[in-house]
Design a protein around this ligand. Sequence first.
Ligand SMILES: Nc1ncnc2c1ncn2[C@@H]1O[C@H](COP(=O)(O)OP(=O)(O)O)[C@@H](O)[C@H]1O
Ligand SMILES: [Mg+2]
Length: 374
Amino acid sequence: MSGTSLDGVDGVLVEFGGGTEAGRVFADASAPLPEPLRALLLDLQQPGPDELHRAAQAGAALADVYAAVVEQLLERSGTAPSQVAAIGAHGQTVRHMPPGHPRLGPHEAPYTLQLLAPARLAEATGIAVVADFRSRDIAAGGQGAPLVPAFHRAAFGLPGMAVGVVNIGGIANLTALCADGALRGFDTGPGNVLLDGWCARHTGARYDAGGAWGRQGRVVPALLAELLADPYFGRTGARSTGRDHFNLAWLDERLARHPGLRPVDVQATLAALTVDSIARAVEGVPWGTPAGTGPQRLWVCGGGAHNRALLDGLAQRLPATTVGTTAELGWPVQWVEAAAFAWLAHQTLLGQPGNATEVTGARGPRILGAIYLA
Ligand SMILES: Nc1ncnc2c1ncn2[C@@H]1O[C@H](COP(=O)(O)OP(=O)(O)O)[C@@H](O)[C@H]1O
Ligand SMILES: [Mg+2]
């Protein structure tokens, strides 16, 4: 898995069968994105010259990082390539234009694009690769995202209980496992993407470790209100967003109306934005629990779970809900999204659907992805 944070690639080796529907993780490994590749992928988020060539180069370079992560997994677990059924490889999203996207013309086709060279990855590892998970759901009229809720249900669902799972990556997404069995999922808005960008600009560090810097600042209520006024936070139902919307240019435009703020107070306000937008999303879900109580549990995963300001903020904003990280359940926070794509690849190999139509809005369940045989 490589997500919107553009921090690196996370991998897990998972075995399915043996009674656990979500699978059992045997080994984990991560690799940072080399700086030139990170810069190239960041650049490709916006239209620019010679995109096809640059995209092909980025996809190949990313496949090499994925291959290095796979090699680490095999080494750490003493596994031979021939023992691995497939690599579920998400690739790097550079465009996501699902049906109804505001920048799609009336006669333009919806699409989503995750850069990766799956053939190169299969060749480097000698293992089959399942890739391009999102396109089929979009072809079937869905949003192509989020795809993780079905896995979250398999891993964290408890019959009769209302459980939320929030993944705080660059963008944050919420999965709602409602008490009546209903499944919902959508992006709540920025997770770490603004926090990371602002922190890098003012401290040089790529992220605010533990949230320590931002916790020295004070939330600026007028700025927070202005940020929350973005129409995305008012939307309900199936919705997804990305770096193309929430980025430093978006922040700078709003900051221009609040001159003279201390950078540390802006960081504190950005943490409050992530917390508040997640909390509002949680409050907006019909959990099937007594009015006003929300879900019984909210499990946080993704790199943002390491940020105390976010975790403490969520616990404070949602007093009727027990907030914790998936690590408490034996799922270290960086495993969850990677394990979801192993699960999705497994579904594909079984010839079973991976999309939850109630989440993506697709016309029907679909077998996702393309298989590059070993
Ligand atoms: N120790 C930490 N303290 C605070 N934030 C962290 C820490 N470790 C990781 N993060 C945050 O998590 C992000 C990476 O999370 P990840 O789940 O990989 O997101 P994505 O799926 O978008 O790549 C980093 O960019 C950073 O913002
Ligand atoms: Mg990441």
